[in-house]
Design a protein around this ligand. Structure first.
Ligand code: DX5
Ligand code: ZN
Length: 209
């Protein structure tokens, strides 16, 4: 199982957190971007984000909690991320997924806790990642919503039955207890505060792995 680490909530500065993560056992750096519209928080400073991330060694897993992701896909593609994930609750989903692929980046779809899993069915053959939100998007350090487990189970069964290739990832409230609820159904977990609010990143990542 892969571990992507989000630096959204950290006890250190972004710069320091990112350089530690770059040298850590994390498989991906998970980048949370928010526009103050799709979610009430706003950290969508693209210039700052690009300069913080541009020379990193780790592959980037970008999660866009923004209403109009299509407007920033091209700029973000300069970072050559491994994935750009948009929310299925936004408009023009298909157009945006195609735009991501056109920039030779793998595309993902994120789904909020209250959104029915069927909403992503039309895109299953097209996408490279499904990011199942196990908290309401916007903040790090929230509690895992346990209903998420059913969603992950259905997706994992569907993936096997239809022999599909998307990666199943879960995002929010992952720690050494909640990992045991999801580990059988996911290919990747996103973890933020469990790693970055501690001094020993690798020890925390190893607990998840
Ligand atoms: C929530 C973000 C998550 C978050 C995870 O809006 O999408 O990626 O940073 O942080 P933890 O692991 O602290 O819930
Ligand atoms: Zn995220």
């Amino acid at each position: 199982m892969k571990v992507a680490v989000s630096y959204l909530k950290s006890q250190k500065s972004k710069e320091e957190t990112l350089s530690l993560l770059d040298k850590s056992l994390a498989d991906f750096i998970h980048v949370d971007l928010m526009d103050g519209v799709f979610v009430s928080e706003n950290n969508l400073n693209l210039e700052e984000t690009i300069s913080l991330l541009k020379d990193r060694q780790k592959p980037l897993d970008i999660h866009l909690m923004v209403k109009e992701p299509i407007k920033i896909v091209s700029q973000l593609s300069f970072l050559k991320p491994a994935y750009i994930t948009i929310h299925v609750e936004t408009s023009n989903v298909e157009e945006c997924l195609s735009a991501i692929k056109k920039h030779q980046v793998r595309c993902g779809l994120a789904i909020n806790p209250e959104t029915k899993i069927e909403t992503i069915y039309p895109y299953l053959e097209f996408i490279d990642q499904i990011l199942v939100m196990s908290v309401h998007p916007g903040k790090g350090g929230q509690t895992f919503i346990s209903d998420t487990v059913e969603k992950l189970k259905s997706l994992s069964t569907l993936k096997k039955e239809k022999n599909l290739s998307f990666l199943i990832s879960v995002d929010g409230g992952i720690n050494k207890e909640t990992i045991s609820l999801v580990k059988d159904y996911v290919d990747m977990v996103v973890s933020g505060s469990f790693v970055c609010m501690h001094d020993e990143y690798n020890a925390q990542i190893n607990l998840l792995k």
